[in-house]
Design a protein around this ligand. Structure first.
Ligand code: SF4
Ligand code: SF4
Length: 358
């Protein structure tokens, strides 16, 4: 099977308005919104960028796209889910919304409401089935699971763990709940070092399994009852409880793909994908810094196939960079594992035809 990928070029000199216009043109000339039906609850999956990050998709670029979706359904909204990294400003919905608004993703600026899809503390999920070698069910952020259709808007970057972060990652990791993210990254009992514990008891209160207790004001964990949800590691600020990043990089990619498969199947494939190859950086938008670009700005891609759009994105970037910039950034990560496994799982095709729109 060969999939269609649409491409519009952008350049470093393009104004915000020009990028927005080009995205509008790409949408009008492709079939990327064809899956969205009248009155659908449609989430536009974004990464709003962490505090200090300036590489994320600009809110002003997507105004026109947001209007196109809203013209189809009044029930559209921008969304993301909470993360597991303690250092992030996106570990709960209040902080997450604040940073989204700060970065311009607010109803006044974009014309759509904004939702954090897994609840105040990232604990709301719905289990959906998947037939993979790692999982038979996955923990999808509940508000994504309640939607009828999805549009994944992805800023392509390198990634410290997966080598490349594209549409597959945006859906697989980004639409999962925090427990889902945790089980993709490790799924193991967290590391406990009681010598750092100050006895505040926050982890005891938050633990859903009752696996933690304080003894003489020092934390103790009952490994036999721990669910491996990672909530305690997020809430502990003294490094007494830490996530055990134990997963191999290839397994992590496979788990992420299985999550993407379960999520996309739950939408009965009513998902469209737009990838931004603008300000492509070595690190992802979770990192609070303004990385330099690793290739010149290339443009925006659209497709109904997550594998084809990620493959086409990587091919364009490699060709523009004159080398595999992702492997150069993270030599220990075989980023192509996610694409091969996604193809094997039936998520899409590595073969594509690209149509340039001008
Ligand atoms: S949150 Fe951290 S410091 Fe507080 S009781 Fe738990 S382990 Fe100790
Ligand atoms: S990982 Fe989850 S279940 Fe296990 S001790 Fe921490 S909060 Fe409790």
């Amino acid at each position: 099977m060969t999939s269609k990928v649409y491409y519009v070029r952008t350049g470093a000199g393009d104004s915000t308005q020009t990028v927005s216009d080009k995205l509008g043109l790409l949408i009008d000339k492709s079939s990327v919104l064809s899956h969205i039906k009248k009155d659908d609850f449609t989430a536009i999956k974004m990464h709003f960028g962490d505090k200090g990050n300036t590489g994320h998709i600009r809110a002003e670029w997507i105004r026109k796209a947001a209007k196109r979706v809203k013209d189809i359904t009044p029930n559209a909204f921008l969304a993301d889910s909470n993360v597991i990294y303690k250092a992030s400003s996106r570990t709960n919905s209040v902080d997450h919304l604040k940073i989204a608004y700060e970065h311009g993703f607010n109803p006044e600026n974009v014309g759509l409401p904004v939702l954090i899809a897994d609840g105040l503390r990232g604990r709301n999920f719905i289990e959906v089935p998947v037939s993979g070698k790692h999982f038979s069910k996955i923990k999808m952020a509940s508000d994504f699971a309640d939607c009828d259709s999805l549009l994944a808007m992805t800023h392509i970057t390198g990634h410290i763990l997966t080598g490349v972060g594209g549409a597959i990652k945006n859906v697989g990791m980004g639409c999962s709940s925090r427990r889902g993210k945790y089980e993709q990254h490790c799924g193991a009992v967290p590391e406990v070092d009681a010598s750092h514990c100050i006895g505040c008891g926050k982890c005891v209160l938050i633990c859903p399994a009752g696996a933690l207790k304080l003894k003489m004001k020092k934390i103790e964990i009952d490994k036999s009852t721990c669910l491996g949800c990672g909530e305690c590691a997020v809430v502990c600020k003294t490094k007494a409880i830490e996530i055990r990043w134990s997963e191999t990089l290839e397994n992590l990619q496979e788990k992420m793909v299985e999550y993407a498969k379960g999520i996309i199947d739950s939408f009965r494939s009513k998902v469209g994908y737009i990838n931004f190859l603008i300000k492509v950086t070595k690190d992802c938008d979770c990192l609070a810094k303004d990385d330099p670009r690793i290739v010149d700005d290339l443009g925006i891609l659209a497709s109904n196939d997550p594998v084809a759009i990620d493959k086409a994105s990587v091919d364009l970037i490699k060709s523009s960079g004159g080398k595999d910039v992702f492997t150069a950034g993270y030599p220990e990560t075989n980023w192509s594992a996610q694409l091969k496994y996604a193809c094997m799982m039936g998520l899409g095709s590595l073969e594509y035809i690209m149509e340039e729109i001008s």
